[in-house]
Design a protein around this ligand. Structure first.
Ligand code: RP5
Length: 168
């Protein structure tokens, strides 16, 4: 049922969180996508607490216009792997620091997908959350020249913001 999750018209990226507790980190994904003018939607859909909802979301994703999914989860972080099993769209995985192990558990859960169903796994925490947004942008920019220009401008501004070492 569509009312089980939030949809945004013409969204190209679907951001999925295993829990609302992942939002403080994953809001950086949303902010980065927004800065690049990428329409996206964010939902909390736990793979183990709401498997039927995740199934419906992923199976309808391509038809609704989504082109990339970004999945964030902590602990035994199976959200990205399950999403990738339900859609052939690219799935980008963001390991969260949950309640222990500083996120290493999440990282290994995501990066160690068995062969056949890939997920692209990013760094633990907000560095990976931002990079997942930039990687989604790079994928979408292959077929969107306006976004390509915005992504190049973002990269240029980032380069210009790098300062010389003190005394250098
Ligand atoms: C995972 O367990 C979530 O993605 C979150 O990172 C972690 C803790 O979830 P809560 O217990 O805070 O809901 O499913």
């Amino acid at each position: 049922m569509s009312n089980e999750y939030t949809t945004v018209d013409d969204a190209r990226v679907g951001v999925l969180l295993g829990s609302t507790s992942d939002w403080p980190t994953m809001k950086t994904t949303s902010e980065t996508l927004a800065a690049l003018g990428i329409r996206h939607e964010c939902n909390v859909i736990s793979a183990h607490r709401a498997p039927a909802r995740l199934d419906g979301y992923c199976r309808s994703a391509e038809e609704r216009g989504l082109r990339v999914l970004v999945c964030a989860a902590g602990g035994a972080a199976h959200l990205a792997g399950v999403a990738a099993a339900l859609t052939h769209l690219p799935v980008l995985a963001c390991p969260m620091k949950a309640w222990s192990l500083e996120g290493l558990d999440s990282l290994l859960s995501m990066v160690q997908m068995p062969k056949g169903v890939p997920v692209a796994t990013f760094a633990i925490g907000s560095p990976g959350a931002v990079n997942a947004a930039l990687f989604a942008a790079a994928i979408l920019a292959l077929a969107d020249s306006g976004l390509r220009d915005r992504l190049l401008a973002y990269r240029r501004e980032q380069s210009e913001a790098v300062h010389d070492l003190p005394g250098g």
